[in-house]
Design a protein around this ligand. Structure first.
Ligand code: HEM
Length: 247
């Protein structure tokens, strides 16, 4: 372990110790930190964040290329709104992860709540359109892995958003601010679990009959995009914030 003092990298992140020869190229897991005077948007790309951005671009373009290659209809809104909702969920977490001073955390939490709130509206809209579309074409509901996973994800996102908003904007609901803060750990664990489920739901969407047929929504493209997103987001997790001790 080096004893050198804190330093800032070219990407604007604070690296507590200067990287040694044994240091990973993209920095140690969980080490990304926003600089005091750095703009928020840079958090989206810090450390492995740029990998997540490439993955999100691939996922979004893959969905859009598939849906806009077919005649537009009620169904179009399902993947369109879902792709935007998924994009916002990931940007909301990428933005928040590197915050560490109290002002950054407050501004980050407000922006995070706006993005996740918008995302919830988009996901609800996507869910309503697919149910309406299935009613219209008289098709059975929740009869595929994608449909069941998707329903679970919608319910979890709704619960996570309600609890998250209450924790930040109405902490007295939990009895005290301390009580509300004490369950942030579970909000984080649930948030990362939901992200994995969202990725799994997208992969399952590529295996539906419609995706394998006219939509031509390719599993390998979703797999590449999803892998990059996971590789971009998960190494930036600060394990101690999930309640696990730093090694
Ligand atoms: C993470 C985002 C997504 C979620 C949470 C989700 C959720 C759902 C749900 C709950 C249903 C079932 C509705 C019902 O049975 O009444 C469904 C159906 C469907 N979704 Fe998605 N979806 C997502 C993304 C996508 C994407 C990106 C596509 C295509 C590119 C897609 C294509 C379909 C198709 C074709 C169906 C009808 C076939 C089936 O139910 O198996 N979905 N989705």
């Amino acid at each position: 372990m080096s004893n050198t003092p804190a330093a800032s990298s070219d990407h604007g992140q604070v690296v507590p110790n200067l990287p040694s020869e044994t240091e990973p190229l993209l920095g140690r897991a969980g080490a990304v930190r926003q600089l005091d005077d750095a703009p928020f948007w840079k958090n989206l790309f810090l450390g492995t964040g740029f990998l997540a951005q490439i993955g999100l671009l691939i996922l979004t373009l893959t969905v859009w290329c598939s849906i806009f290659s077919l005649p537009l209809g009620l169904f179009t809104f399902h993947p369109l709104f879902n792709s935007l909702g998924v994009l916002l969920v990931f940007e909301a977490i990428l933005l928040l992860q590197p915050t560490h001073t109290s002002s950054q955390k407050v501004n980050g939490a407000i922006t995070h709540s706006i993005l996740t709130g918008l995302s919830l509206l988009l996901l609800v809209g996507a869910g309503v359109t697919i149910v309406l579309n299935k009613i219209r074409i008289k098709h059975a509901h929740f009869d595929s892995t994608h449909a069941i996973l998707g329903l679970v994800v919608y319910i979890l996102v709704l619960a996570q958003t309600i609890v998250g908003f209450a924790q930040f904007y109405a902490p007295h609901v939990f009895g005290s601010v301390e009580n509300a803060k004490a369950i942030y750990k579970y909000h984080r664990i649930a948030g990362y679990t939901i992200q994995l489920l969202l990725v799994a739901t997208l992969l399952a969407a590529s295996r539906t009959t419609f995706a394998l047929g006219p939509l031509d929504f390719k599993t390998w493209k979703v797999a590449i995009g999803s892998s990059l997103v996971v590789l971009g987001v998960f190494p930036r997790i600060k394990k101690e914030k999930l309640g696990f001790k730093r090694q």
